[in-house]
Write a protein that binds this ligand. Structure first.
Ligand SMILES: [Zn+2]
Length: 389
């Protein structure tokens, strides 16, 4: 009798144990699948801004959806000009009442917009009679489309891997900062130059894949991983340019970019050209008599300057001066200037704002066999690499 009861109890315990194991396995499966879906990171990149029309082509099946991903139309082989007609988005013969539309090609198709290939979805945003096109793209694919504009695919792999981590971190930081806006990044030099799938190369993709999901963090937060072409000797403190004052962006001595092709720059503008640029930038101007450098930053870059007119002067930061004249003309804030008659001769060092990662410095570090961890530690001291997938 006792033996039978013991056997029954044993069987009951075994059944409970089996049910528990089954429950745990089921829950693990659900959590794993949920995480997979929830953790895919998407970036919203502005690819065309305020245009009156867009040419879109898809070979294969596609859907037009509203912003809640409800299907409005499903078709095959799209080749249409998209415009705004009487306040509505028209796509070929179809007219949509929605101000925002998502065009999604069936995987793994690629969408062509104005002749460029893009992975992911295209979101059209109408404002009045103009359109914005925003590419919704998975983070890793975005980084693959960016690297070609930041470096050559012939660069040493460790430099490319460092750059992949930098671009991924910068994009993720922007996505967190701009979640309430229509897009996270623009595709020009003011964010990161993005060329869609057309910009991908085998070795660049290799650098992205081998650092998949790795991002720079500081004190638990994704680092705004600013980067530039060539620092010219020392990187700049981000606090000088923006309201960001953290250890990894305080500036370091670079020591590696002196052989960069962008180390020195030279620009000649005449007084009238500088005056016109300032005037176009919204500043009140007169004939320019002189330009005086008022202060410099610890890294040696110009901080504040004064444009001297016949009566009065304009005090302006070097950052604003550079942006007004053109950041690819005045390539850096590290410059001297002199007047030669009507000409103003600028001689400068480096290319870019100078904050964070010096790309040509990274190139020469990799040439000297530093790995991508060491390169990133050099340019962003105190930061760490974490997996954010
Ligand atoms: Zn440098």
């Amino acid at each position: 009798m006792v033996s039978t009861l013991a056997k029954r109890l044993y069987r009951l315990k075994k059944q409970i144990l089996e049910i528990c194991i089954l429950l745990i396995l089921t829950l693990s499966f659900l959590v794993a699948n949920n995480c997979f879906g929830a953790n895919l990171k998407y970036i919203r990149v502005l690819i065309f801004k305020d245009v009156s029309s867009l040419n879109v082509r898809i070979d294969g099946f596609y859907e037009v959806r509203d912003i809640k991903h409800q299907t409005l139309y499903r078709g095959k082989n799209l080749s249409a000009t998209i415009t705004v007609s009487r306040g509505k988005i028209s796509m070929g013969k179809a007219i949509f009442n929605n101000d925002r539309l998502i065009i999604r090609a069936d995987d793994p198709q690629v969408v062509m917009v104005n002749g460029k290939k893009f992975r992911g979805d295209i979101c059209l945003v109408r404002s009045n009679s103009l359109l914005k096109a925003v590419n919704y793209i998975e983070l890793e694919d975005y980084v693959k489309g960016v690297l070609i504009h930041e470096a050559s695919h012939y660069w040493p792999l460790e430099a490319l891997k460092a750059l992949a981590v930098v671009c991924r971190s910068f994009a993720l930081y922007q996505a967190e900062e701009r979640s309430s806006q229509d897009y996270d990044l623009s595709s020009d030099i003011y964010s990161q130059v993005y060329g869609g799938k057309s910009g991908e190369r085998y070795r660049l993709n290799q650098a992205v894949d081998s650092t998949k999901s790795q991002v720079l963090v500081y004190k638990g937060k994704v680092l705004p991983a600013f980067h530039h072409a060539t620092c010219g000797g020392a990187t700049e403190d981000a606090a000088i340019l923006w309201n960001i004052d953290i250890l990894p962006l305080k500036g370091v001595v670079c020591g590696f970019c002196q052989d960069s092709p962008h180390f020195n720059w030279h620009l000649v503008l005449n007084r009238a050209e500088v005056r016109k640029k300032l005037s176009d930038g919204g500043y009140k101007t007169q004939d320019i008599q002189d330009i005086v450098i008022l202060s410099k930053t610890n890294s040696g870059r110009v901080k504040d300057m004064s444009i001297v007119f016949a009566s009065g002067n304009l005090n302006i930061s070097a950052k604003d001066f550079r942006n007004t004249i053109g950041p690819n003309s005045i390539r850096s804030a590290n410059f001297k200037l002199r007047f030669e008659g009507e000409d103003i001769v600028f001689e400068g060092i480096g290319w870019g704002h100078g904050v964070g990662f010096c790309q040509w410095g990274a190139y020469f570090m990799a040439k000297e066999d530093y790995n991508f961890h060491q390169i990133l530690e050099h340019y962003y001291p105190g930061s760490k690499i974490e997996i954010r997938s």
